[in-house]
Design a protein around this ligand. Structure first.
Ligand code: PEP
Ligand code: MN
Length: 277
């Protein structure tokens, strides 16, 4: 009788295994561990970012997220602290022994962001900004490529090829929700896409349940779904005081919720023999 994996191999050309991306000598994304990348949407101040770093370190997390250059839908919204934001991130991350992931919004920011970040994030709105893909492709630094919210899986994987075509294969993919007809949530988390990309691409896949749902109360259930679909990690927005956040407060969990979130996801990753760290 045919096994499930025989069926896979007759209907798909091949199931690709994930190549871990090393961030430091002792930390990789895409290994048997599921990684947590947590922190505020935007770096707003030293105190706010330090509080986030302290909370992430306390639960054993390794990666602090935070935007210094923000792609905002409205030009009137907070656009980020820029270089000062990068300095704050690096400072507080170093204090607590964390790694930094932050977005490069424009080609001219790439050298500066590369100086401060351990992983460079490319945002959803920039997934097909080819000069930006080429610029990070020239570096030897891990890059996390978010899926465009109106992009197909093929377009996403082709965008990753633009990065690797310049030599950099330290690529991590991030499913952050796509626009569908549904308006009750900000986006729709494509769990099919997570499972499919895990089969088709050697790159680790991170899920972002914060932007995928737009609602703090849906972040944990969406995160669970992503892990069950095979995600190698979670990018999650946490803020000391979500009601006062300068961006994405509605989808940000309070820092006080981080221990519970980690405990709950840890129970699930254990089912798959994976540690959540
Ligand atoms: C973010 O991670 O804060 C962000 C701007 O995400 P996206 O590019 O997915 O909208
Ligand atoms: Mn955000």
């Amino acid at each position: 009788m045919k096994t499930l994996s025989d069926l896979h191999n007759t209907t798909n050309t091949a199931v690709v295994t994930t190549n871990p991306v090393s961030i430091t000598s002792d930390f990789a994304v895409g290994s048997s561990d599921v990684v947590l990348m947590a922190g505020p949407c935007s770096v707003e101040s030293y105190a706010q970012t330090r509080a986030a770093a302290e909370a992430v370190a306390r639960v054993g997390g390794r990666v602090l997220r935070g935007g210094a250059f923000k792609p905002r839908t409205s030009p009137d919204s907070f656009q980020g602290l820029g270089e000062q934001g990068l300095e704050i991130l690096r400072d507080v991350a170093d204090e607590f022994g964390l790694l930094v992931i932050t977005e490069a919004l424009a080609v001219e920011h790439v050298p500066l962001v590369a100086k401060f970040a351990d992983i460079i994030q490319l945002g959803s709105r920039n997934m097909q900004h080819y000069p930006l893909l080429w610029a990070v492709g020239e570096l030897d630094k891990p890059v996390m490529l978010k899926r465009g919210f109106m992009s197909t899986i093929d377009e996403w994987l082709k965008a990753a090829e633009h990065i690797s075509s310049r030599g950099n294969t330290n690529i991590i993919l991030c499913e952050r929700g796509i626009r569908t007809f549904e308006t009750a949530t900000r986006n729709t988390l494509d769990t099919n896409g997570i499972a499919l990309v895990k089969q088709r691409s050697p790159y680790p896949v991170i899920a972002d349940p914060s932007h995928a749902t737009g609602r703090a109360d849906l972040v944990l259930p969406a995160a669970r779904a992503a892990i069950a679909a095979g995600a190698d990690g979670l990018l999650v927005e946490f803020h000391p005081d979500p009601a006062r956040a300068l961006s994405d407060g509605d989808q940000s969990l309070p820092l006080t919720a981080l221990p519970h979130f980690v405990a709950e996801i840890g129970k699930l990753t254990a089912v798959f023999n994976r540690k959540f760290t």
